[in-house]
Design a protein around this ligand. Structure first.
Ligand code: SAM
Length: 478
């Protein structure tokens, strides 16, 4: 790598002032320069990643450009090592809840595009309750609420009402304990309102950081405003939401450009708010009604996708990585080993889709999913593969959000609470939703993992709590 770009220019600092922290020419130049990174420099970067120190975007550019099969093999092996060391075998589970498909935008990749003609709808509060009841019957405790953008049909008040309705629901086996929200970029005032009703993570995908592509695929509507979309997390933070989740829709532009820009965005948030992304999602473009995949020349193949996931894992070891049912069973299994820490299970991507699935009615999904296993199948198969399905929502409930979460995670403290919480929530799930064989499988997994809790007092308390759970007590968390 040449001397000129080993020091990051003023782009991120400039961004703190005017919100323009993604400089396309700078990123393209860096990707070009990075092709000349020397062998010794790549080894230094990999050594740094292996010490769980994370990487800056210049180092990330070098890994994205790496060609030597030995370096690429090491990227994968370090990703696996980071995953095992920081996240152990735990996989956090969630489900999406689509509440409204009204949309004023014209996004060429999305079936909600306002130019598409289909029967649009939003859930009434009774329908929200019905959907949540079904999600609860699957054992979910954490949801990602999704909606199209439509100020009249789906104003912020509607989203807030949905959230309050959901948080007010109590079931015999518990309740939805964390609502993450994925709605269009909005104002500081609206983010403040979301915070007041208890949003978990505010999730928003930039879709593409490549502005010419962004403008090509967002043909109309407020979402077409690149800078407004790009600065949404700055406003969310200003509104008090300190857990924000980023991502790009892989398949729109050059994936290496996207990863580098995503990491620069993360650095910008770290610099400005002392905390970067709480989670990163890695959605890949899927077939959807009214969309022709042939119109998208930058589709990402499996090999490149795996490499991207691995490099993000090296770059931001403490940031959760989310994979949805857009990916197949096989792909999910592979990526879980490389860095993914959260997956959705039993998902429906249509408004009212859970009820329609029960009634075997046809729904209008936002996109077609690639993993249609039921939630119990996914959960059981995760255990067969040695993972611990976790329904934990403790950090959020204990106020461990934003920079407080990151400080604890970086100090290696989070894992002292994550493992016991994962085991206790799995135990609860097994008692409430599992049959005999499932409970036996969960008990064996718990017995295998329990000695991994290093703090003796915590280990004993977790064991005692699980005894209590087996006798009917619920909802223990550290
Ligand atoms: N309306 C919100 C916004 O403007 O950001 C987001 C909600 S939308 C329901 C959630 C995400 O679905 C989008 O951000 C987009 O990345 C993704 N999505 C849309 N069409 C898709 C497709 N065909 N394949 C995969 N993901 C898609």
């Amino acid at each position: 790598m040449t001397a000129e770009i080993t020091a990051a220019p003023e782009i991120t600092a400039k961004g703190a002032q005017d919100g323009v922290f993604i400089d396309r020419l700078y990123i393209e130049g860096l990707l070009e320069e990075a092709k000349h990174t020397g062998d010794a420099e790549i080894r230094r970067i990999l050594d740094k990643a292996e010490r769980f120190e994370g990487l800056n975007h210049i180092e990330i550019a070098s890994l994205l450009a790496a060609k030597d099969p030995a370096h690429i093999a090491r990227i994968f092996s370090i990703a696996g090592k980071i995953k095992r060391h920081i996240y152990g075998n735990r996989i956090v589970l969630f489900a999406p809840l689509y509440v409204s498909d009204y949309c004023v935008n014209r996004c060429s990749y999305c079936s909600y595009n306002c130019g598409h003609d289909f029967n649009r709808r939003k859930l009434t509060m009774d329908e929200v309750r019905e959907e949540v009841k079904i999600l609860e019957q699957m054992g979910h405790k954490r949801i990602a609420m999704e909606a199209g953008e439509h100020d009249e049909e789906c104003p912020i008040e509607y989203i807030l009402e949905c959230m309050k309705t959901i948080y007010a629901m109590k079931f015999e086996n518990g309740e939805i304990r964390r609502i993450n929200v994925n709605i269009a970029a909005t104002t500081v005032e609206n983010y403040r309102k979301l915070k007041e009703v208890g949003i978990g993570t505010y999730i928003l995908f930039q879709e593409t950081y490549h502005q010419p592509t962004y403008e090509k695929v967002h043909l109309g509507g407020p979402k077409r405003d690149y800078a407004y979309h790009l600065t949404a997390f700055d406003r969310a933070q200003e509104g008090g939401i300190d857990d924000v989740g980023g991502g790009v829709l892989f398949g729109l532009a050059d994936p290496y450009f996207e990863v580098l820009a995503l990491m620069i965005h993360n650095e910008h948030l770290e610099q400005r708010f002392n905390v970067g992304f709480h989670t990163i999602s890695v959605p890949r473009l899927c077939p959807a009604d009214g969309i022709s995949m042939a119109d998208f020349p930058n589709l990402v193949d499996d090999a490149v996708f795996e490499r991207i996931v691995a490099i993000i894992r090296l770059a931001v070891p403490f940031t959760g990585m989310i994979l949805s049912t857009r990916e197949s069973h096989l792909m999910r299994e592979r990526l879980l080993k490389l860095g993914i820490s959260q997956i959705s299970a039993g998902s429906s991507t249509g408004v009212g889709g859970y009820r329609q699935r029960q009634l075997r009615e046809k729904s209008s999904p936002q996109f077609n999913i690639n993993d249609d296993r039921s939630a119990p199948e996914i959960i059981s198969e995760l255990m067969d593969d040695g993972f611990i399905p976790s329904f934990c929502t403790a950090c959020y409930r204990n106020g461990r959000t934003g920079d407080r979460f990151m400080a604890l995670a970086k100090a290696g403290q989070i894992k002292n609470v994550c493992l016991p919480n994962a085991l206790m929530t799995l135990c609860e799930y097994a008692m409430d939703y599992g049959d005999g064989p499932f409970r036996a499988k969960a008990a064996a997994a718990i017995a295998r993992e329990l000695p991994g809790i290093k703090n003796e007092k915590t280990r004993l308390r977790a064991g005692e709590n699980m005894e209590k759970i087996r006798r009917g007590a619920r909802d223990f968390y550290f």
